[in-house]
Design a protein around this ligand. Structure first.
Ligand code: DX5
Ligand code: ZN
Length: 229
């Protein structure tokens, strides 16, 4: 874990997903969008929870030397308990586990004890009730707007019902909680997600697969700010 702050809860955050970056130039890719982005979203896939594998703690520790951004690590894993400590040591600032794997209270407590900011993620077909009971115990609620495993998929708009419910509850109860969306976030879907109540926007291909990633990030931020007001 580093001592980098996530910034004020509820504030608009653009989190580029490095899954869409060129891994051969990872540090340069992240640095290139520094000025128009807030966090760095790290997608960890274990080949069990999702049918794909991506990166692990060594990549996080290497990248840590090249970025002072908040590292938002999304653990698409069936056994994150075996890796939370390695990610914390590697320089993760926040770790998000999936509610579908169970043992949620224990995982939250473990991540908390490691000094991590704690997130809980829900797949598109996971009901709001599955995450609702943990909302007072976490720092970030991640609603997947695609089925996890791959970048470049189409946004599932139905998930906005859950985002709206979560935002209403956060407002009603004064919870200190970020609401994040991940998957298919682009120029068309940013306004929809922000209007529903999301404040952390993960975007992979809409940033790193563009000819000018910095300009693409800047445009996403502009659209998000406009949708907020
Ligand atoms: C999906 C990942 C996402 C994904 C986003 O499994 O959790 O972070 O890489 O990629 P885009 O923005 O391309 O949908
Ligand atoms: Zn992700």
């Amino acid at each position: 874990m580093s001592d980098i702050s996530a910034g004020p809860v509820g504030q608009l955050r653009l989190a580029p997903s490095i899954l869409a970056a060129d891994f051969g130039y990872l540090a340069a890719e992240v640095r290139a969008v520094d000025a128009e982005t807030d966090w760095v979203h790290v997608d960890v896939m274990d080949g069990h929870f999702v049918p794909n594998v991506s990166i692990g703690p060594p990549v996080v520790s290497s990248l840590r030397l090249h970025s002072k951004k908040f590292f938002d690590v999304h653990l698409m894993m069936t056994q994150p308990e075996h890796y939370l400590s390695s990610f914390a040591k590697a320089g993760a600032d926040g770790c998000t586990v999936h509610v579908e794997i169970g043992r949620t209270a224990e995982l939250i407590a473990q991540a908390r004890s490691l000094g991590l900011r704690v997130g809980l993620a829900a797949n598109p077909d996971t009901p709001f009730s599955a995450v609702e009971k943990f909302m007072a115990d976490i720092d970030l609620l991640l609603f997947m707007t695609v089925f996890p495993g791959f970048g470049g998929q189409a946004f599932i708009g139905d998930v906005m019902d859950k985002v709206r419910q979560a935002r209403e509850l956060v407002n009603a109860k004064g919870l200190l909680l970020d609401i994040e969306v991940d998957g298919g976030i682009n120029e068309d879907t940013v306004p929809i997600a922000v209007a529903a109540g999301a404040n952390v926007l993960v975007a992979g291909s809409a940033i790193f697969s563009q000819a000018d990633p910095l300009a693409a990030a800047s445009q996403l931020r502009y659209l998000a700010v406009n949708a907020q007001s």
